[in-house]
Design a protein around this ligand. Structure first.
Ligand SMILES: NC(=O)c1ccc[n+]([C@@H]2O[C@H](COP(=O)([O-])OP(=O)(O)OC[C@H]3O[C@@H](n4cnc5c(N)ncnc54)[C@H](OP(=O)(O)O)[C@@H]3O)[C@@H](O)[C@H]2O)c1
Length: 246
């Protein structure tokens, strides 16, 4: 497969890039900092013994550059991309966001508005190409109203809505959307946060996510247990949710 990855410099995206590179996929890495991207490309080359994957600068807070970045990613892989994967996102705790409205605005732009605008650029290229898979990392945080993720969860709820709705609209025409919903994963994003049950490592999450991307499954909880956990949480009465801390 030819895979474009935005967010492969760290965490789940890096684990996904390593798995895909190890099995022989051709990659292009997109991200906001050229130096970080080049280090990630060198790491993949050292692991696989193959040439460094090409890199393309793309900052999710600079939507004016998205068109050129998406074109450059297609060009870097000879004009064809089979799957475009977005793991890049921001996170901050609810307390931090309530204290800092600037950061709230940036997070909402990056995790919601601009991620969707980027996906729209990719969709147009996929329409011209005759199909493709757009895989977007949302979160279980978007599945139900909860105290600790009111703002981040709102962005992810909107993002999940977009991805799952677009899949309904476009799958018959060959554009498949994959909405990936991790639970708590041990990455830099969650460093210092208390670990809930079912916390997972990025390698495990990336392996399941890659299988979902291969199958173009419309929705994947990673690890799978989170589908059940969120089903239960969605059905708890609000009176209970007001009293508990999760
Ligand atoms: N970790 C969890 O518990 C968890 C749970 C649920 C959902 N998720 C979701 O899973 C995805 C991956 O999370 P993670 O834990 O792997 O995160 P992470 O380790 O914090 O990595 C975040 C990635 O996003 C990139 N990024 C951040 N802002 C960007 C911007 N403005 N433009 C371009 N790239 C940007 C970072 O690039 P730089 O290297 O340049 O900073 C990095 O590659 C995210 O969508 C996250 O919301 C994570």
């Amino acid at each position: 497969m030819n895979i474009a990855l935005l967010g492969a410099t760290r965490g789940i995206g890096r684990a996904l890039a390593r798995l895909a590179a190890a099995r022989g996929d051709r990659l292009v890495l997109l991200g906001r900092d050229r130096g970080t991207l080049e280090r990630s490309a060198a790491d993949l080359a050292a692991r696989t013994g193959r040439p460094e994957p090409p890199v393309v600068e793309c900052d999710l807070d600079r939507p004016e550059d998205f068109g050129a970045a998406v074109d450059a990613a297609f060009d870097a892989l000879g004009g064809r991309i089979d799957a475009f994967v977005v793991t890049a996102a921001r996170f901050a705790t609810q307390e931090a966001l309530e204290d800092d409205l600037e950061e709230t605005a940036v997070l909402l732009r990056v995790d919601f508005t601009h991620t969707i605008v980027l996906c729209e650029h990719v969709r147009r290229r996929f329409e011209a190409q005759g199909g493709g898979t757009i895989a977007v990392f949302s979160s279980v945080a978007g599945d139900a109203p909860r105290k600790p993720v009111a703002i981040y969860g709102a962005a992810k709820a909107g993002l999940s809505h977009y991805v799952l709705s677009m899949d309904l609209r476009h799958r018959d025409r060959g554009i498949r959307y994959v909405c990936i919903k991790p639970g708590f994963v041990r990455t830099q994003m969650t460093a210092g946060l208390p670990e809930p049950p079912f916390a997972a490592d990025p390698d495990v999450v990336a392996a399941r996510a890659l299988r979902a991307i291969d199958k173009a499954a419309p929705e994947a909880y990673v690890p799978a247990i989170w589908r059940l956990v969120m089903l239960v949480i969605r059905h708890l009465p609000r009176a209970v949710m007001r009293r508990v801390g999760f």
